[in-house]
Design a protein around this ligand. Structure first.
Ligand code: NAD
Length: 298
């Protein structure tokens, strides 16, 4: 008999990078389940607007996921205002695109700090609270670039692969520690957000809406699913890719134009996003970085 879905009503969620995009859609979906939501974002003005739009069970708080004291204060303030955090969605991330050989060191460092170390920090600080309480669920947002290396997004792919490995390993540790904390990772295809704008198209793959990813997150929380593909059908392509000889799987990726999704990005359409992403780690002083696909790069 199918298990009953877990009841989420009354629980508290903290979502990183929830001022816009997938994080905002996830906040909306969790609120619809009767949860309370803390929206943490480096863009506090946008987070405040989102909280005002989503209603009284939300709170907007400042958060830089690369900074331990900022993350810790985010959890403290969320718990003071909404109660113990039952769910953490590590969603904040950036995706500057461009050729690896042209990528400057600060851009790479920023991606590793936000997309990977931000998730590591969030998990450590949430587990400090969840393990002693004997409950909790952490959902890490990876990407299909966490399973396939995407040309045009090499460092991004590296961070998203790392999030998959990190989640699997910590899940194993939780089992060994007999700690009752669930862990999931979510791997969406391209989503219609600022981060996902101006990318190339792959044959047979439609661009997702943020609400579709949010629905998959709700389902993961209700069922405890660990590996979450969005759309679900992408799991078949992944399994096929692993089973086929490399020559055929790479040929399949080329035929589907999957290798052009990031490599074929439209620089002018992405200019606004790329500039915002380059300011997403306030403590990292700008230096000799070159814009990826920003001014002068197209
Ligand atoms: P988005 O740019 O619309 O939203 C990301 C949010 O994260 C922004 O509000 C930004 O201010 C915030 N943020 C950035 N740096 C931060 C920091 N240091 N501390 C706190 N907040 C910070 O992006 P999105 O498309 O909603 O992406 C959300 C997540 O989903 C990312 O991890 C991304 O890699 C992943 N993802 C996106 C897509 C896509 O196509 N959009 C596909 C797969 C995975």
């Amino acid at each position: 008999m199918a298990k009953q879905p877990r009841i989420l009503a009354g629980q508290t969620a903290a979502i990183t990078g929830a001022a816009r995009g997938i994080g905002k859609a996830t906040a909306r979906a969790l609120l619809a389940q009767g949860m309370k939501v803390a929206i943490g974002d480096v863009d506090l003005a946008a987070a405040g607007q989102t909280a005002a739009e989503l209603g009284p069970s939300t709170v907007a708080l400042p958060l830089d996921v690369t900074d331990r004291s900022s993350f810790s204060a985010f959890f403290d303030r969320a718990e003071e205002q909404l109660g113990p955090i039952d769910v953490l969605v590590n969603n904040a991330g950036i995706m500057p695109v461009g050729r690896f050989v042209d990528e400057d060191d600060l851009t790479a460092q920023r991606m590793v700090d936000i997309n990977l170390h931000g998730v590591i920090l969030g998990m450590k600080l949430a587990l400090e609270r969840m393990v002693p309480r004997g409950s909790g669920h952490i959902v890490n947002i990876s990407s299909q670039a966490g399973k396939f290396g995407a040309p045009g997004g090499a460092t991004y792919s590296a961070t998203k692969h790392a999030v998959v490995g990190l989640t699997e390993a910590v899940r194993g540790e939780m089992r060994l520690m007999k700690a009752d904390v669930d862990l999931s990772y979510v791997m969406p295809f391209v989503v219609n957000t600022e981060l996902g704008g101006g990318l190339g198209a792959a044959r047979g793959m439609k661009v997702l809406q943020p609400a579709e990813v949010a629905d998959a997150i709700v389902e993961a929380l209700q069922t405890g699913r660990v590996e979450v593909w969005v759309p679900k059908s992408a799991k078949r392509t992944s399994t096929l890719g692993v089973l086929l000889p490399r020559r055929l799987s790479e040929g399949m990726a080329r035929a589907l134009k999957a290798d052009q999704v990031l490599a074929g990005a439209d620089a002018s359409a992405r200019r606004g996003y790329e500039l915002r992403a380059s300011k997403s780690e306030p403590a990292l002083a700008p230096g000799s970085e070159k814009p990826q696909l920003t001014e002068g790069a197209d």
